[in-house]
Design a protein around this ligand. Sequence first.
Ligand SMILES: Nc1nc2c(ncn2[C@@H]2O[C@H](COP(=O)(O)OP(=O)(O)O)[C@@H](O)[C@H]2O)c(=O)[nH]1
Ligand SMILES: [Mg+2]
Length: 406
Amino acid sequence: MEGASSSQQGPQSEIATFFTLEQLNKLKSHFEEGGVKGVTDLIKQKLAELDKIELNIAVTGESGTGKSSFINAMRGLRNTDEGAAEVGVTETTMEPTKYPHPSQPNVSYWDLPGIGSINFPAGEYLQKMKFERYDFFIIISAGRFKENEGKLAEDIKRLEKKFYFVRTKIDLDFYSMRMGGSKINEKKMLHDIRSECVKNLQKTRILTPPVFLISSFEWDEYDFNQLNKTLEDNLPYIKKSIFVLAYANRSVEIVQQKSKMLQERIWMSATISGAVGAVPVPGVSLACDIGILTEEIMYFRKCLGLDGPSLQKLANITNKPVKELRAVVNPSLLETINEDTIARLWWGATAVAVSVAEVALDFIPVIGSIFGAVSSFYMTRRILTNALKDFTESAVKVVKVAYGID
Ligand SMILES: Nc1nc2c(ncn2[C@@H]2O[C@H](COP(=O)(O)OP(=O)(O)O)[C@@H](O)[C@H]2O)c(=O)[nH]1
Ligand SMILES: [Mg+2]
């Protein structure tokens, strides 16, 4: 796939962590020279950097093709939800409009006016849209892709950005076919639509256009998951992490994927915990930075969709009373997170097996052995790991109830 693979920033060249190999080596040498202090500063820097990382996704296509609906779907919103982009309106602005993700505001979708609706030459379109702002482009059509859309992709490629073609409203194709009395061979129909899209685009210099067939109303059908997976796989690791954490809880796999991403932050929080603001937590024999703990735990809750607004959104999407979803969550996880919660849930008490993923990161044993078993590093990691486990378990139950999975 051309759009996807050209000028790849190479997630493979980075090991699967927030740090590059080079940065990990730097951490090691800093530790050897400056001890814990040197390492702590580097990690604080990295956490601050992670907070600032942005992902900006451009969505372009003519009015009526389903851009607004797509932008809503990608943000886990139905068209009628609060914060949703307005649907079914003719665009009046020639400026890109920004739509931040409701719970991951660093992830934004930008609604760009279609290239056909604009009065200046195609070559200027991307300049006018401030192309450098975007991590990649999604080119939308509800029918055949046209020559100017293929040309646009050529320009995007020339500017060393990635692009993906999304053909929306596939559900309508099936509906019409059914209404017309034809017997449906789903596979063949998708194959035919795809071939036609590809054939039209191949009239330009894009020889292997990445085309995805979707319905913005059916997030589990057609190529919706494949599109997300492809976008994810083509992002550098740090951006991938916020893209993944922004997923709506559509499946058990997604919950587990998010949980794994969150797991990777734990050792960083643990390393900086204990330096300042350490207070004894009831039921935990060691002082921990309660500020770091509660902040991180609340972040887990939000990312795993167990905060109030996220649960409500999932209830809306799946037509389930929110009460039914809340009923399968450990009630303490829904309350205010503080020292009492941590003590009550025994997060500090049970031993935690260090995950294979953590051991694989060869920096961890270094840090682990320095701080030793009786340190706030160890204790913070233990509490956060246990907390994450409980939130993940509850989130899995919620998804199963919401989507009726056994
Ligand atoms: N059936 C179906 N309708 C869609 C889909 N996407 C958008 N629509 C409808 O198409 C119309 C235009 O959608 P909108 O998102 O406003 O398109 P925009 O003008 O490109 O932003 C609205 O009536 C939507 O409800 C889809 O995937 N399936
Ligand atoms: Mg619109």
